[in-house]
Design a protein around this ligand. Structure first.
Ligand code: HAM
Length: 423
């Protein structure tokens, strides 16, 4: 029988690489949690109409990339291509917007877009995202950006840059779109492109074809049409980013791939990733909640691409921090029951412990200790149990020291925490 393979273009992670994935994802989640974002866990499929309306009919995501199917009840269902529309749906449905504002939530999970697979572009991929809904304050724009930037720095990334722009408010867009439509009306375009431009002329900035790029390079730029209020907000965002020492580059031609953006929009771009360089992006969305049947409340958030951030770490040659791995590996010599009891006692103290199973010979078990990546190893045999003492071996240096079994937990805890202080 032919062997089964994963579906084309999906990302999946098995050990050892899954440890790196886990580290990236948990660091991103932690960065959101320490800023007061709470978990929102949502279905991976929703009513198709939610994305059509929320993400926008003119976007590639809705036009070409959705996994849409009819369920057994004849309903049109779509696997979520992004997280913001679902969060909005849930906030409205559960009346979260009637409580304390802003509503600050984070999510982590799989997203689906039927794109042409290539390095860093998958049909099932992972995002960690946050959304802060209900307060239009430039400080929140900066908080959201800072959460991502802090996470990237914690992950050790260096070769990335933050690009920001402002897409203005409704009045900005009204005057700008009039100019842009007038410009587009007098240039040469095929009928499909023109049709697309009629739904959302901004989409043409996204078009990769050289002839369209050429035309759009001469189009009016939105930033020149910002109303005084939008302009003041954008100035404030820039000022606060500088105060927090977060480097940024203003990119006044940035067009995000989703239709709901207004005001501040941003992307983090990594230099070592080739064509799929966006490691995360987001922005403010003033009209989305009302568009989905809720109140007129503003929101802002980001989605960070866990797969691409992992690739970025690999491109920068970053290794897993020691404290993310195992602390201790136990090699039992004929005393497996005692080893298991010791492992459980140490685990109960928060120490990360694994051990050899299945009566492995010493040599094989030491190899497993090596491969486990644990920082320390002990051999536990009848002698050690009788004397109550083990040799605690530091795997990297090969240095051993005598520790009594009763002091082992405290000794490990001390060493682990003092290791952290040296970082
Ligand atoms: P997005 O820019 O479409 O925004 O996606 C965010 C990130 O997800 C991208 O920067 C990229 O790292 C990753 N990503 C997107 N598509 C793929 C793919 N096919 N393969 C691998 N990674 C991918 C959003 O999704 C918005 N919901 C973000 C947001 C939240 N805006 C406001 N709130």
């Amino acid at each position: 029988m032919a062997k089964f393979q994963a579906p084309k273009g999906v990302s999946e992670y098995v050990p050892e690489r899954s440890n790196h994935f886990d580290y990236v994802r948990s660091t991103l989640i932690n960065a959101a949690q320490v800023a007061g974002y709470q978990l929102i866990e949502l279905p991976v499929f929703e009513d198709t109409e939610l994305f059509a309306r929320g993400v926008g009919e003119s976007t590639d995501v809705v036009r070409k990339e959705m996994y849409t199917f009819e369920d057994r009840g004849g309903r049109s269902i779509t696997l979520r291509p992004e997280g913001t529309a679902g969060v909005m749906r849930a906030v409205i449905e559960h009346n979260l917007d009637r409580g304390q504002l802003p509503v600050k939530v984070y999510y982590s999970g799989a997203f689906f877009r039927a794109e042409r697979p290539q390095a860093g572009r998958y049909r099932q991929f992972y995002q960690v995202g946050i959304e802060a809904i209900g307060v239009a304050d430039p400080r929140i724009d900066v908080e959201v950006i800072a959460v991502a930037d802090r996470a990237f720095r914690e992950l050790g990334l260096k070769n990335y840059r933050l690009e920001i722009t402002s897409l203005g408010d409704a009045a900005t867009r009204e005057s700008y779109l009039t100019q842009l439509r007038a410009y587009i009306a007098q240039v040469d375009l095929d009928s499909e492109t023109r049709e697309r431009a009629e739904i959302n002329p901004l989409r043409l900035f996204d078009d990769k074809r050289p002839e369209v790029r050429e035309v759009m390079s001469k189009a009016p730029v939105l930033m020149d049409y910002l109303t005084p209020e939008s302009s003041a907000d954008f100035e404030k965002v820039k000022e606060l980013l500088s105060a927090l020492r977060i480097d940024f580059h203003v990119n006044n031609r940035m067009v995000r791939g989703l239709d709901y953006y207004t005001g501040t929009a941003f992307e983090f771009v990594h230099a070592d990733l080739g064509a799929q360089s966006g490691i995360g992006g987001g922005g403010r969305y003033d009209g989305l909640m009302a568009q989905l049947g809720g109140q007129e409340l503003s929101g802002i958030g980001f989605g960070l691409g866990v797969d691409r951030i992992l690739l970025a770490r690999e491109a920068e040659g970053l290794v897993l921090p020691a404290e993310f791995g195992l602390d201790l590996y136990i090699v039992p010599l004929g005393v497996g029951d005692a080893a298991l009891a010791l492992a459980e006692a140490l685990r109960a103290r928060g120490i990360k412990v694994d051990m050899a199973f299945g009566d492995k010979a010493l040599k094989g078990a030491m190899k497993s200790a090596d491969k486990s990546g644990a920082r320390y190893a002990i051999v536990l045999g009848a002698d050690e149990l009788a004397s109550g003492e083990v040799q605690l071996k530091e795997m990297q240096t090969g240095e051993s020291s005598s520790v009594t079994l009763s002091a082992l937990a405290n000794e490990l805890i001390e060493r682990i925490s003092s290791f952290g202080e040296h970082l």
